[in-house]
Write a protein of this length. Structure first.
Length: 264
């Protein structure tokens, strides 16, 4: 615009050029003022599987109770989020960050809008990324039987408690043949009792494949076993997790798989 204004000696073009330049310079100072006294703290990030999107939750507030408008936050290469921070209030925001491999996901520094402040926000946020699960290994794994701590769970001969997928070695008399005839898959009837299926998920017992393949197979087995009443333990070359069940045990096993071989 300035070159065109000089070339044609056009006064309205000069006015437009200087007006836009002045607005741009003023925007820099308003950007700084909009971030002044703004506080931001990382709260939590739930674990995800490799290839999924992790959401980092942050809390925004102003130490002096002033309002902030049109704040745009985002990580490099990911979608941004635009939000306001009302006066005398705290605002929660969730910022997406895509994951590509297992381990600890470091989203990097936050960037803010078109004009970027000269103070960068390094919040030390991280997320655990589980290996993407593969199915099929349990088809050839036979369980042992053990006593159920909780009672009335697993493999027994008393009350019917539900169905599960067929595993090699199951008794033919417990197969739900009507469901199989109805093309619903090969299901096995489960009865309440004092015994449960017990599996050891052993890294060294998986044949073929590299380390990442084995970790993905074990992640698939953990996901499958967490859906029924089975107890399972995990053996890695540098760690062993005892037999257990439940949501907390599932996260312990998946977390160990995610961080296996990852430097601190």
């Amino acid at each position: 615009l300035l070159i065109a204004s000089i070339n044609y000696a056009n006064n309205p073009a000069f006015i437009l050029t200087f007006l836009l330049t002045g607005l741009f310079i003023q925007a820099i100072f308003h950007t700084w003022r909009n971030l002044l006294d703004l506080s931001l703290q990382w709260k939590q990030t739930n674990p995800v599987f490799a290839g999924e999107t992790a959401f980092f939750q942050y809390e925004l507030w102003d130490e002096k109770g002033r309002a902030h408008y049109a704040l745009q936050f985002g990580f490099a290469g990911n979608d941004s989020v635009i939000t306001d921070c009302p006066a005398n209030e705290k605002r929660l925001i969730r910022l997406p960050c895509s994951s590509r491999r297992r381990g600890l996901l470091d989203p990097g520094r936050l960037t803010l809008g078109l004009l970027r402040a000269w103070c960068y926000l390094d919040t030390h946020a991280s997320a655990v990324v589980y290996p993407a699960p593969l199915e099929g290994w349990l088809d050839s794994a036979r369980p042992s039987w053990g006593m159920a701590i909780e009672g009335d769970r697993g493999v027994g001969a008393d009350d019917f408690v539900g169905h599960r997928s067929y595993h090699p070695g199951d008794q033919l008399g417990h197969i739900h043949w009507k469901a199989f005839a109805g093309e619903k898959g090969l299901l096995v009837k489960q009865f309440g009792g004092d015994r449960v299926n017990r599996y050891w998920l052993d890294f060294d017992a998986i044949e073929g494949g590299d380390t990442e393949y084995r970790l993905r197979v074990l992640a698939g087995a953990v996901q499958a076993l967490s859906l029924d009443a089975s107890h399972y333990g995990l053996r890695l070359p540098d760690q062993e997790i005892p037999m257990g069940s439940g949501e907390s045990h599932r996260h312990d096993c998946l977390g160990a798989l995610a961080l296996y071989g990852v430097a601190e």
